[in-house]
Each structure stands twice: as structure tokens, then as C-alpha cells.
Design a protein around this ligand. Structure first.
Ligand SMILES: NC(=O)c1ccc[n+]([C@@H]2O[C@H](COP(=O)([O-])OP(=O)(O)OC[C@H]3O[C@@H](n4cnc5c(N)ncnc54)[C@H](OP(=O)(O)O)[C@@H]3O)[C@@H](O)[C@H]2O)c1
Length: 353
């Protein structure tokens, strides 16, 4: 047990080389084992030793591995250093009076590792007995839930009866965005990458309807069928051809919060798909707006209270895909760029006991 040891071995992922294009591979991301001292005198004041429990796997991590600024304004991971991600851990040694051994803590930049020693700055305690599962703190109450809330509640702000379209609808952001739009009384349609996931988003997340974009490859025709009265709000998670097709169906004053463009992340910008019909935005007076969660952090408390309430009342459901073991990180990251996941992807590094 790590709690009793003065030293542990910890596996950690580091970036050996940047991946300017394509899905990062084992040439770029490597796993190594390091030894960490847990002896009290080796942990500086204000620091903690933490055993990682869960790591959140999000598409934006890829943009930190390209070796260049690529539109998401993300800092690049330094080469040969352990990479970081949103995560949850358990305190196993503490040199900060605000934290004690056994506390469960959340951090936006945990090392993607089994153990770490880190400053307590930005660590937030969470209550594992709050009636919310630990992975849900990374999904419903984490990055995807907050992104869905900002996209729908803050920037989209749809009226009851609005026609709402959401891409990557069965992923982390999409599953919550659809449910939030339904709570607003909207008609909600989604696109996703398999028939099973179309069924999932209708049966579990309350979407009115949706389509498999791998099968219905004429997006313009699909949107004509699903939106005979046009689109009032499009939460864009994928960009590219889908965004272009949407612009042919927008209603007057439609809103398009740009959450992300996962279909474009593995391409250098000169190879990315352009959008040819931006002119439709002029005539229809459309508001298209990119957003980053960091700019909305002052509203996180409001979001967490609302979303936590919906969860407890059963008004919002979450589905998490849990991969096991820190060694699954590379495969997990690659899977974000396929249609193989449903819901929010989280790695369980260690079970919480
Ligand atoms: N702005 C922000 O602050 C913020 C915060 C969080 C997330 N985001 C963005 O929101 C989007 C969704 O994130 P998420 O957390 O929901 O991700 P996620 O749960 O990991 O889902 C990603 C999904 O995107 C779909 N996808 C992958 N490659 C695609 C392609 N080439 N074309 C179309 N769909 C593709 C896949 O589902 P299917 O193919 O089966 O549909 C995949 O499961 C991403 O663009 C992400 O960067 C932005």
C-alpha cells in the first residue's frame, strides 16, 4: 500500500515528440516509470502527495501536442515532461493544513501518472459521499458539462420551441447539451457516428431525433429533412463540412456557439476544411461565437449548483466510458478521434477505496 511506503514507483505519460498532424502515436507519447519519495521531509511545505484515481480524456489535450498554436490557444506541453489533464486523486501525504490524508481532490492539471507530489494551489476538495459518482465530477460537473452549459444556457439561450442542432451529440458535451436544451423546451436533433449512438442519444439523453453522419453523408439533405423549419441554435462540436451544411439551414438571428471542431484537430490549418457559405450569416444576421471555458470560470459555481441539482433530481443523466489503468491513456486519446466511445471518456487509474 502506498500509504505505508516511503517511496513508490509511478508510471507517467510524457511527450517525446510533437505531433503536428494525425492522431498522436507511441512515437509521440511514451510511458515511463519514475520513483517518487513520499518521506515527509522530501515533500515541501504547501505540497501534497496524491494517488491518482481518475483522469479525464478530452479532445483539447491533442491540441497541446501539436508543437504550435493551432487555434485553441492552448499551451504546448513541454517535451520530455509528464503531461497533465483534469483528474481526481486521493491525498496520501499532506504538508498543507487545509488538506489531510484521505481527502479526495480535483485538479485541472494533474500529471497523467499514478502518483505525484504537487503544490496544493488550485486543488479543490470534493465529497465522495455527495451522491455524485467520482467520474461524474469530470463529466457532468466537469469540463464537458460546463462547456454544454455555457454553450446552451449562456451563449445559445434558446427560447422554448427553438430548433436546436448539436453535433458529436452522444459525446461528453453533446449528451449534456441535448438534455439542457430539452429542459428549455426546445426541439433537439443530434448527429453522431453510429446507429447505436443515435438510439442512445434518443433513449438516454432525450434527443427528439438524430442521424448517423457516417451513413447520411449528404449533411445538407439530412438537415433539410430534420429541420423543415430551419435551425435556430447550433452547438458546434465538430466544425468542417457539418458547420458548412448548417449554414445553409439557419434561421434569422440563429446562434452558433463554437464549442470545438474535433473533425479538424489532426490537420495542419492549411489542410483544414474551409466554410464556403459564411455569407449566409450576413443575410440571416447569425451570431457565431467561439468560447473557452476559462473565460466563464466566474460562473462555475452557478453552473455546478444548477447541474448538481438536475443530476440529483434525475433531470440530467450522464454516461461515462471508463477505461482501466494509466497505460490506457494513448489508446484512450486516439479513440476520441473515432466513433468508438459513447458519453464521457474517463480513465480509472485506481479504484477509490
Ligand atoms: N470550448 C471549450 O472550452 C470546450 C470544452 C470542452 C470541449 N470542447 C470541445 O467540444 C467538442 C466535444 O468534446 P467532448 O468532450 O464532447 O468530446 P468527446 O466526448 O471525447 O467526444 C468526441 C466525439 O467526437 C466525435 N468525433 C470524433 N472525430 C470526429 C470527426 N472527424 N467528425 C465528427 N465527429 C467526430 C466522436 O463521436 P461520434 O463520431 O460518434 O459522434 C467522438 O466520440 C470538442 O470539439 C472539444 O474540443 C470545447
Amino acid at each position: 500500500m502506498a500509504e505505508k511506503c516511503e517511496e513508490v514507483e509511478s508510471r507517467e505519460w510524457y511527450l517525446a515528440s510533437y505531433a503536428p498532424e494525425g492522431v498522436p502515436t507511441s512515437d509521440n507519447l511514451k510511458l515511463r516509470t519514475v520513483r517518487l519519495s513520499l518521506a515527509s521531509d522530501s515533500i515541501p511545505d504547501g505540497h501534497l502527495a496524491v494517488e491518482l484515481l481518475y483522469v479525464s480524456v478530452d479532445p483539447y489535450l491533442r491540441s497541446r501536442m501539436s508543437g504550435r498554436l493551432d487555434g485553441l490557444d492552448s499551451d504546448q506541453y513541454p517535451l520530455n515532461q509528464v503531461i497533465t489533464a483534469f483528474g481526481i486523486g486521493k491525498v496520501i501525504r499532506s504538508k498543507d493544513s487545509e488538506f489531510e490524508e484521505g481527502d479526495v481532490v480535483l485538479h485541472p492539471y494533474f500529471p497523467v501518472a499514478e502518483y505525484c507530489v504537487m503544490t496544493s494551489h488550485m486543488l479543490k476538495k470534493i465529497d465522495p459521499k455527495a451522491g455524485i459518482s467520482l467520474p461524474d465530477f469530470l463529466s457532468c460537473l466537469g469540463v464537458p458539462g460546463f462547456a454544454a452549459w455555457v454553450g446552451i444556457e449562456v451563449l445559445g439561450d434558446p427560447k422554448p420551441g427553438s430548433n436546436v442542432f448539436i453535433s458529436a451529440a452522444s459525446g461528453g458535451v453533446g449528451m449534456f447539451a441535448g438534455q439542457l436544451a430539452k429542459l428549455r423546451g426546445c426541439r433537439v436533433i443530434g448527429s453522431t457516428g453510429s446507429d447505436d449512438k443515435v438510439k442512445l442519444m434518443k433513449d438516454e439523453f432525450g434527443y427528439d431525433d438524430g442521424f448517423n453522419y457516417h451513413k447520411e453523408t449528404d449533411y445538407d439533405a439530412a438537415l433539410s429533412r430534420y429541420f423543415p423549419n430551419g435551425i435556430d441554435l447550433y452547438l458546434d462540436n465538430v466544425g468542417g463540412k457539418m458547420l458548412e451544411a448548417v449554414l445553409n439551414h439557419v434561421n434569422k438571428y440563429a446562434r452558433i456557439p463554437l464549442c470545438g471542431m474535433v473533425s479538424q484537430y489532426n490537420k495542419v490549418w492549411t489542410e483544414r476544411e474551409g466554410v464556403r457559405n459564411l455569407l449566409n450569416m450576413v443575410g440571416k444576421e447569425v451570431r457565431m461565437e467561439g468560447f473557452m471555458l476559462l473565460s466563464h470560470l466566474h460562473r462555475f459555481g452557478e453552473f455546478a449548483a444548477a447541474m448538481g441539482g438536475y443530476m440529483k433530481q434525475g433531470k440530467v443523466k450522464s454516461k461515462n466510458k471508463i477505461n482501466l489503468g494509466i497505460e490506457s491513456f494513448l489508446e484512450s486519446l486516439a479513440s476520441v478521434f473515432s466513433s468508438s466511445n459513447h458519453g464521457k471518456l474517463v480513465i480509472q487509474v485506481k479504484p477509490y477505496v
